[in-house]
Design a protein around this ligand. Structure first.
Ligand SMILES: Cc1ncc(COP(=O)(O)O)c(C=O)c1O
Length: 349
């Protein structure tokens, strides 16, 4: 098992707070298969309220949340989903989608911030001639974009894409694993983003700081069918109120402090840009992630750089060919300074 003085590998490494552990110990529970767990039900109701959707479904992972939403809106094998090729659904989850639902993708390349445009989506939805063989059922967006560095997509872009999709009779799903980070950075309410999509999912287990869980949100009818799919996928997790209790605290308290993670990421990004010139542009740090290109700037593979940082007690991961560091609730100002000192040591090798 790896242990770090400062763990910046992901915002999923957070430990439950004392308040979460207390709430977990005292949680009222029931069997979620029957819809009987009052704490799960409360979390689902709050998720629906906050996103402005009719209903929500609490599931074990972001992957399961995306896969339920995709399955719900996908008619069947032989059809396509439009997505950015490096988005989580079209990369990490590509085999899940293929195996679970027979999904294939029509990919649309985003810009360096991971954004795709309404014109690109329109082109992707155009019927092929003379027969419309390549039918698209769904457009899938991601905000923040993980692979592009935690970048935020403008709500105007959502509106434009939604309009194009609606005209083509195609639904839109949002992988909003970190939608609360996007909201904290842009000042746009999560419900405003949610209003522009048919379904969305978000994770309480990432920036919000809960140990486990994600929520799929949509209409009551979609969530009724979603519940059936969740059971089909093996996600009936019985007395899940034990962890939903921590999820409720994450959902209420987590969003209030995300700006602190973003400030720390900015501080870290500015320092790394100074220590290793050319490794990153601090202006690219929009939320809680920094991505440093060590190959281009210091002729060091990202894996070697991450290993060397680990040698100084600082955890980083390798994503999109770069060293990624993610700030989160368990990272304080002094941890950022420790990480900066580790970068200095690695740069001075
Ligand atoms: C953008 C995005 N979507 C979905 C997921 C999947 O979440 P999980 O790891 O909980 O399955 C992740 C995980 O990192 C992610 O970054």
């Amino acid at each position: 098992m790896k242990s770090f003085r400062v763990d910046l590998r992901s915002d999923t490494v957070t430990k439950p707070s004392a308040a979460m552990r207390k709430a977990m110990a005292e949680a009222e529970v029931g069997d979620d298969w029957f819809g009987d767990d009052p704490t799960v039900n409360r979390l689902q109701e709050r998720a629906a309220e906050i996103t402005g959707k009719e209903a929500a479904l609490y599931v074990p992972s972001g992957t399961m949340a995306n896969q339920i939403a995709l399955r719900l809106q996908f008619s069947g094998p032989g059809h396509l989903v439009v997505a950015e090729p490096l988005s989580h659904v079209a990369s990490t989850e590509v085999m899940s989608a293929a195996v679970l639902s027979g999904i294939a993708y029509r990919t649309v390349h985003g810009d360096r911030r991971g954004r795709i445009t309404a014109d690109q989506v329109r082109a992707a939805l155009e019927p092929d001639e003379p027969y419309d063989v390549e039918i698209v059922d769904l457009v899938c967006l991601e905000n923040t974009s993980g692979h592009a560095g935690g970048t935020v997509m403008d709500v105007e872009d959502f509106r434009a894409i939604r309009k194009v999709a609606e005209e083509a009779g195609v639904a839109v799903h949002l992988d909003g694993a970190r939608i609360f980070n996007a909201s904290a950075a842009s000042g746009v309410d999560v419900a405003e983003y949610a209003a522009e999509v048919d379904t969305l999912m978000f994770c309480v287990s990432k920036g919000l700081g809960a140990p486990i869980g994600s929520l799929v949100c949509g209409t009551a009818e979609q969530m009724r069918e979603g519940r059936r799919i969740k059971i089909l996928f093996g996600g009936a997790w019985r007395q899940a109120g034990v962890i939903a209790a921590a999820g409720l605290i994450a959902l209420e308290e987590g969003p209030k402090r995300l700006h602190e993670d973003h400030e720390r990421a900015r501080r870290l990004g500015e320092a790394v840009a100074e220590i290793v010139p050319g490794s990153l542009d601090p202006a690219d740090v929009e939320t809680n992630m920094i991505f440093a290109d060590t190959e281009a700037s210091m002729a060091m593979t990202p894996l070697e750089a991450a290993n060397r940082l680990e040698g100084h007690g600082v955890g980083a991961s390798v994503v999109s060919g770069k060293v990624r560091m993610v700030t989160h609730v368990d990272i304080a100002d002094e941890d950022v300074e420790t990480a900066i000192a580790a970068w200095k040591a690695v740069a001075a090798r």
